[in-house]
Design a protein around this ligand. Structure first.
Ligand code: GTP
Ligand code: MG
Length: 222
């Protein structure tokens, strides 16, 4: 990959335990944009000490953080990755290659758990139901929501994503498909997160995610 072809958005809510590993895994040509979503730990300091770009987004929510990162991106391609060390940024070049050479417009990392405990059963089942619904809606066979993903920055901004909570990733897939984008999947490793779980490991996180995603299916027209 050429220098700084990809800006990698890392939405971050108290990930000081995971961040050093994640930031040590950046491939050449990838610039990290750490979005501080109201961290009360040392996440933002860790990123600043490494000389990285830190964007502050005080409005809570995965979508608010991810979108603030997208708006700060200026490389031709933008990628997203959880900052909890469950996904490995070193796998990004394969996604980028498929986008650039395979004619895809959005490449999603299909999570393949490294060990059983990486992906709790209820979360895996919920994701399977979600993937089936996404496939039916988009007409594209999809297996995973794909939190590690890459697309063209300008095109993504033009999609006009509106969700600022847990529906953001789904809205991106549905609006991309509705705009006629080619969406492809690549297998990526999924390891147990470092630090405290916020979504799949908590009742509140799971309920919010299900509610937000159901709303997105209703709101985004075919
Ligand atoms: N859940 C959540 N995550 C946020 C928020 N803002 C930023 N993030 C970051 O978004 C990424 C994804 O969130 P995770 O908490 O890993 O969500 P998940 O992978 O669905 O579930 P767990 O890993 O089980 O918590 C992480 O890097 C978070 O730090 C927010 O308001 N809520
Ligand atoms: Mg996670």
């Amino acid at each position: 990959m050429a220098a700084s072809r990809v800006d990698l958005v890392l939405p971050c809510l108290d990930e000081e335990q995971a961040l050093p590993w994640v930031l040590g895994r950046l491939p050449t040509g990838v610039r990290a944009i750490v979005v501080d979503n109201g961290c009360t730990d040392r996440s933002a300091e860790i990123a600043r000490e490494l000389g990285l770009l830190v964007v502050t987004e005080p409005r809570r929510g995965f979508g608010a953080a991810a979108h603030a990162g997208l708006e700060a991106a200026d490389a031709p391609l933008v990628a997203f990755c959880d900052a909890d060390a469950s996904l490995d940024p070193a796998e990004l070049p394969r996604l980028v290659e498929l986008l650039e050479q395979g004619g895809a417009d959005l490449v999603l990392g299909r999570r393949r758990p490294t060990i059983r405990t990486a992906w709790p059963l209820h979360a895996r089942l919920a994701n399977r139901v979600l993937a089936a619904r996404m496939s039916r809606r988009t007409g594209i066979r999809l297996h995973d929501l794909g939190p590690l993903r890459v697309a063209r920055t300008a095109d993504l901004l033009a999609l006009g994503l509106r969700d600022r909570r847990s529906g953001y990733s789904l809205e991106m897939v549905l609006r991309a498909a509705a705009a006629g984008w080619s969406i492809r999947e690549v297998d990526v490793a999924y390891a147990p997160r470092m630090g405290r779980s916020k979504v799949t490991g908590t009742l509140r996180g799971t309920v919010t995610a299900v509610a937000d995603m159901s709303r997105i299916f209703t709101e985004v027209s075919r």
